[in-house]
Design a protein around this ligand. Sequence first.
Ligand SMILES: Nc1ncnc2c1ncn2[C@@H]1O[C@H](COP(=O)(O)OP(=O)(O)O)[C@@H](O)[C@H]1O
Ligand SMILES: [Mg+2]
Length: 307
Amino acid sequence: MIICSGLSKNFAGTQALDDISLQVRRGDIFGLVGPDGAGKTTLIRTICGLMKPDKGEVRLLGCPPGAQDKIRSALGYMPQRFSLYGDLTVMENIIFFGSMYGMSKKVIIERAEEILTITGMNSFQGRLADKLSGGMKQKLALTSALITRPEILILDEPTYGVDPGSRKEFWKILYQLNQEGLTILVSTPYMDEAELCRQVAFINAGRIKAIDSPTGLRQAFGHQVLELCLDSRDPAILNDIPGLLDISFYGYKYKVVVDNVLSAAEIIKQHLQQKGIDLISMRVVSPNMEDVFVALAEEEVAKWNMQ
Ligand SMILES: Nc1ncnc2c1ncn2[C@@H]1O[C@H](COP(=O)(O)OP(=O)(O)O)[C@@H](O)[C@H]1O
Ligand SMILES: [Mg+2]
């Protein structure tokens, strides 16, 4: 559905995209996951044909490169900063958006009602956009992006700054749309959302660090994770223990990344004993996407240091 080959883009010395190649297949929920400034928006704008790459090409729906304009209505795009008219109602906003695609008012309203039912917004048709909550504004933007019944939906950080409950709800809607046949490309800085995608491309500093399913990424992780509860709330308490690759503290538990859980567990116990701190519990947990991403980012730092 989407094939990017060797995309590069430079902005006055900043390499926003550095030789990006990826493929989104029909029926995918494909996540572009990476921190702020990684290049997600630049990549999405290039895929949508809103920006020209310095190098490389994009093919959408089997069309030749650069033909995005010809398949505009097959492409639903929800930009990172979408604009709604605050003094228009939900339905008026959708009608305005749909009419830009030359759709008749009757067809727009029919389709809008269908989509607003899926997004749970039907009873808010007459509400002014300004009076919507953050989560509802995102849903209205989503409805507008779907009005042409696109085959591919491209969303740039649709849940940024939205409360956790609304984020969950938004993802449920994406799953439902995907089940109905929509191919989805979505960018996010949230690692927990990476777990919800079928394919994930980790992107950092304009480069793809890994592409795989969440399960595949976890399997390739190559380290193990221990979760500890201690009779301590000191975030630095484990810092001087040798052999711990990464330590994170979550207020009541610690997570450490190690190469060998058995020997690490022994060393941790000894150190805590010496410090007189009780180990309440220790267990092996499966790595989450954040662990995987941190490890990939650190590999990169290590490579740089060796150069
Ligand atoms: N129009 C632009 N002019 C100059 N620099 C830009 C422009 N757009 C993006 N950048 C730079 O390119 C990099 C990638 O940005 P962006 O694609 O917006 O990342 P993300 O969406 O992952 O936060 C950043 O360093 C950003 O400052
Ligand atoms: Mg962005």
